[in-house]
Design a protein around this ligand. Sequence first.
Ligand SMILES: [Zn+2]
Length: 387
Amino acid sequence: MRFLAADAVYSAESGFIPGAVLVLEENGAVVEILRDPQDSIMEKAQHFSGVLAPGFVNAHCHLELSHMMGKVLMHTGFTGFAQSLIPQRKFIPDEKIEAIAIEADETMFANGINGVGDISNVALSFAAKRNSKMQYHTFIELLGFNPSLAQQSLIGGKELKSITPQRSSLSPHAPYSVSDDLMKLIAEAESASTVVTIHNQESQAEAAFSIDASGAMQELYRFFGTDISWYKGYGVNSLQHYLPLLKTNGNLLLVHNTFTAAEDIRFANSIRKNLYWCLCPNANLYIENTLPDIPMLMNEGCALTIGTDSLASNHSLSVLDELKVIHKAFPEIPIADLLKWSTYNGAQALGMDSLGSFESGKCPGVILLTGVDAERISVDARVVRVV
Ligand SMILES: [Zn+2]
């Protein structure tokens, strides 16, 4: 058995427990948290200065885009971002993309992450996932706004899914890039799966395009030479249009939510259960230079999770860096909440039952946070992996 003592142990059930000792089996499985450890336990414990917490869960990443770090201009808005990113993807050899993905996987583990919800369009992150120390749920991302291409997109997705290491599910990319037909085919194919995801309300352009086919999203389709002159809009915003089509029984992880309003959340809750809302604050600042209204999401009772998004729109794959950004913008949010979103909620959303908390029998990994306490996260806070 291992006994780990620290200034505090964080657990999703109890928050910060000062002076506690975490007891583990040799294989890393949690035995218990001792709140008032006896002197004999303290003598044999390993002592740490800082807070011990379960490993983070990064609920939204694109490992296969790790080679794009620093290649896309900041603050260009979503359509500017996509116009810069997509053409560049073609000119890099596959071996290089795979090697960088392996490095990024190892960096995430070193950054205290134990579970990842990761988007794949191709197989270039699969070598990294096959040998990873982390658990992955891969979302095979499907796109296609032209309804006649829906079946073809589904078949391609199923082929990729059949060779994906660890767990996976098909998922629609975003409301403006997936036709109603494809949305329904995905929902049918994954009606029983643990979790499906979608990029939700990432830009203002998304709402305009959904309501009356106007705005910057039209420019994006023109840029890529895709004729969508048949599309006239749905008359409602994106969430209110697609959510009734994406009928699945498992969890649905909505990512970004930068322009989500309280009425959208109430609408969503009125038509389905098992919703999780993922925040990727660094990517939102990188692309749109704005953040979601996180206090409003909390007030509406959203189950929040944290994602890093990809290195195309972020400077690091570090959940702690995401928490720093939220803490700076919304210092009133309790640190225990931020830690819950980035550990327990992420594990719940992705169906990773052994991760996210120090409940007996789980193997969540153990991380040491320095510069973090119940009141604040300092700008130079750090994370070190312990187990
Ligand atoms: Zn994303």
